[in-house]
Design a protein. Structure first.
Length: 270
């Protein structure tokens, strides 16, 4: 049978430099006959049709326009499906590049302790570098999880700040943290913006609690307590006396905790 018209055209622009669009075939899909899909676009008031050349960049039904796109100009975009029995054309989607911008993830994500607070970590990051020179507002989102879990918790109310403090965490626990960015109100655009990918995970540990909640330490607990006490004393000395390098001890301790919790074997031995 002839193809049905493609549907659900969605597009996004990475850092206002390109445009990627994807779509879905009609309800019947490719009905036994091979179907060709062609994405076409043009400026609204200039009338010259252009054909996208780089297909399958974001999936089977997608195409990438790498350059020569104008800002502050609406585009008309549509997809044509054709096989030996006919042609079907999608509805026309109209968009402005500024309304569909997404960015690289935030860079330089750092996670550190908040003094001796056992249930908090501080997160800070830099704005996506590609958009620092453009007039835009950004809102951020944070997600975090403990090392032994695959369940992420999301912090939505970060706003346009480039730092945040996570509270209510478990003492003596390694956490993985990621940040993403949504650029909105670029040059006054009223659209909601598109979220970036998440940044690479960054790990840090909360301080271990000195309080013992009843019972006694397991076998070998006395040695572990001694080791923790000696480490705390040593890094306290480093923090006090290493002028200009006050974060060195905490960073080394975080790295040691991450390494320690990577292996059950190592954890038991120590």
């Amino acid at each position: 049978v002839p193809p049905e018209k493609p549907v659900n055209i969605t597009c996004w622009s990475k850092n206002m430099k390109d445009l990627t669009c994807k779509w879905a075939p009609g309800t019947e899909g490719e009905t036994f006959l091979h179907t060709n899909y062609t994405l076409k676009y043009k400026r609204r008031w200039y009338g010259q049709d252009n054909t996208c050349q780089e297909y399958h960049t974001a999936g089977t039904y997608s195409c990438h326009i790498p350059k020569d796109l104008a800002l502050f100009t609406p585009y008309e975009i549509w997809v044509e499906a054709s096989n030996r029995l006919g042609v079907a054309v999608s509805d026309v989607v109209m968009l402005d590049i500024l309304d569909v911008v997404t960015t690289d993830p935030p860079s330089d994500v750092h996670v550190s302790r908040v003094g001796d607070l056992e249930d908090q970590l501080s997160v800070r990051w830099s704005s996506p570098p590609a958009l620092k020179d453009f007039l835009f507002q950004a809102k951020y989102q944070i997600q975090y999880r403990v090392e032994d879990s695959s369940e992420w918790k999301v912090v939505d109310d970060v706003g346009n700040q480039t730092s945040c403090r996570l509270a209510g965490l478990r003492p003596g626990t390694v956490y993985f943290v990621q940040v993403r960015c949504n650029p909105f109100s670029i040059y006054g655009s009223k659209k909601a913006g598109i979220w970036s990918d998440w940044s690479n995970p960054t790990a840090a540990s909360t301080p271990r609690s000195e309080r013992v909640a009843g019972g006694c330490d397991p076998k070998g607990g006395e040695q572990n307590t001694t080791l923790r006490r000696e480490l705390k004393q040593f890094f306290g000395w480093v923090k006090k006396h290493a002028y200009g390098c006050s974060n060195l001890g905490i960073k080394l301790y975080d790295q040691w905790r991450v390494w320690l919790q990577k292996s059950h074997k190592t954890r038991n031995q120590v």
